[in-house]
Design a protein around this ligand. Structure first.
Ligand code: NOJ
Length: 533
């Protein structure tokens, strides 16, 4: 599955923002890359306070990206190339410009319109919940006469009021939205913050309860968190699954659920719920053989217990690009945000070498693999965006303590040796919405096309071979020295990843693909992966 961060993928209109027409034109590139599906980040009508994760109309396209007709044409064109289309559903919150929230603000306390959200009265902030973006999770409204009004809950920005999922109208409305897109041929949805939809009755204080909630030493279940990973969310997904199964072919879902305990995550992919859930343990894992092996084992076991396969992902639009994480040999903790590594010296050649090996590791694992646009070009995080260019609300909400996620969202370089590297047409009226670095000429798709040593050709070759792998070929660990990950997938493939820091002997069999040059005797250098059969 290839993640299209649409505003940074390809700009056809020349306004510096990627659009549907740009994506449509690049579909052959994605077909050649060899992906089965695209997941398109939100393209709906939105005032863009959180890059489209603040939706004002779930059943229309934002004019920045195009029109509903263009969306239909894109869905059909993707299907003609054998590429499925997964959209991004944002059910936890809407935009403050959504008609429901406007109606709520115009309606009195206690009204049905306010019951679709979490409004609370009183002079004090209703509880101690804070937003992961920084600041309190509550904002106070102003009454028509200018006096302070009720508070409303927003786990993210104040422009993203949280919906009340106990309200039957909310449930019905999202079923309508699912049907709207399924009827247009959309193959499924990624579900934004799938673990946050239900809040504890009475909205109790956190009282310092951390998330994830630590497991008590006596083995009893961890207490429920008031707004993350509550059991009630699963009823929603069962209902959605029934709807998806009523289509031919059945539609699919993948959850963005930040749930650390793998057995809790597996609950989202039980047979009557969702089809997949992002494996953030894998995405966050440092480049350490014991950690990676433990994550792989845990993921496979917890999913097997519910009859599902895990997913694997190295980067997405919310965290530091993995080339730049892996470029920090001294960083051995879980890394999501730039502030965690920005001060550590980066060795980008090392990062790239490891990223190549990581890609072969990921594509050899059983389950779904997710590519974030630009992974296949080996793009690093852009760490030196000027303050004035930063657009992620996290920058302001954190009082400039955290630079946010813009560095992984910089528009793609397609071709040419000058900015904007083919992202926008020659006659564009505006520069790309985030500035690209001026040294990306060697990283463009055109520059890498046909170069056997490029990241792009490695991805293409790996995806071609992956197609020949039976999806159900089991993973079996093979004997290997400490620091080496070595496993087979039935008779189809043997994968060896060398994380020892020294050379190791080649795996048995014929080498099908290697992430970097091998020694003349076949020995595998450090930070290199080999596929053999
Ligand atoms: C997760 C999305 O991936 C992220 O980009 C967004 O800011 C939050 N959810 C809020 O919708």
């Amino acid at each position: 599955m290839y993640q299209v961060y649409i505003r940074s993928f390809a700009d056809d209109s020349g306004d510096g923002v990627g659009d549907i027409a740009g994506l449509r034109r690049r579909l052959p590139y994605l077909a050649e890359l060899g992906v089965d599906a695209v997941w398109i980040n939100p393209w709906y009508r939105s005032p863009m306070h959180d890059a489209g994760y603040d939706v004002a109309d779930y059943r229309d396209i934002d004019p920045l990206f195009g029109t509903l007709d263009e969306a239909q044409d894109l869905i059909d064109a993707a299907h003609a190339l054998g590429i499925r289309v997964i959209l991004d559903l944002v059910p936890n919150h809407v935009s403050h410009e959504h008609p429901w929230f406007r109606e709520a603000l115009a309606s009195p306390p206690g009204s049905p319109a306010r019951d679709r959200f979490h409004f609370r009265s009183g002079d004090a902030v209703p509880n101690d919940w804070v937003s992961p973006f920084g600041g309190p999770a509550w904002t106070r409204t102003t009454n028509p006469d200018g006096t302070p009004g009720e508070w409303y809950l927003h786990l993210f920005t104040p422009e993203q009021p949280d919906l009340n999922w106990n309200n039957p109208e909310v449930r019905a409305e999202f079923l309508r939205t699912l049907r709207f897109w399924f009827d247009r041929g959309v193959d499924g949805f990624r579900i934004d913050v799938a673990h946050a939809l239900h809040k504890a009755p009475g909205l109790p204080d956190l009282d310092g309860l951390p998330y994830p909630v630590p497991q008590p030493a006596d083995g009893t279940p961890a207490p429920a968190h008031p707004f993350f990973d509550r059991d009630e969310v699963h009823a929603i997904y069962r209902e959605w699954r029934a709807l998806a199964d009523s289509y031919d072919p059945p539609r699919v879902f993948v959850a963005e659920a930040w749930v650390n305990d793998p057995t809790r995550l597996a609950r989202y992919v039980r047979p009557d719920e969702l089809h997949g859930a992002f494996n953030f343990d894998f995405l966050l894992a440092p480049w350490k053989p014991d950690v990676l092996r433990a994550v792989i084992d845990r993921s496979l076991a917890s999913h097997a217990a519910v009859g599902a396969l895990p997913t694997w992902v190295l980067s997405n639009h919310d965290g530091v690009r993995h080339v730049s994480k892996l470029a920090r040999p001294q960083t051995d903790t879980r890394v999501a945000l730039l502030s965690q590594v920005r001060d550590d010296p980066a060795d980008l050649a090392l990062g790239e070498r490891r990223a190549r090996a990581a890609a072969l590791l990921m594509f050899a694992l059983p389950g779904g693999a997710y590519i974030y646009q630009g992974d296949e070009l080996g793009l690093p995080e852009v760490e030196d965006l000027p303050d004035a260019a930063l657009r992620d609300p996290i920058w302001e909400r954190s009082g400039h303590a955290e630079r946010g996620r813009d560095g992984c969202r910089v528009p793609l370089p397609w071709s040419g040796d000058r900015l904007p590297y083919g992202f926008s047409p020659e006659e564009a009226s505006a520069p790309p919405w985030l500035p690209q670095p001026d040294d990306w000429a060697p990283r463009t798709a055109a520059a890498q096309d046909g170069d056997p040593d490029s990241m792009l050709e490695l991805y293409r070759a790996a995806l071609r071979l992956r197609r020949t792998l039976p999806a159900d070929a089991p993973l079996t660990w093979l004997p290997a020295p400490d620091g080496v990950l070595h496993f087979s997938r039935g008779d189809a493939l043997r994968c060896l990843v060398n994380l020892t820091g020294g050379d190791v002997a080649a795996p048995e069999g014929k080498v099908l693909l290697a992430s970097g040059p091998l020694h003349d005797d076949g020995a595998v250098p450090p930070d290199t992966a080999v596929w053999a059969r």
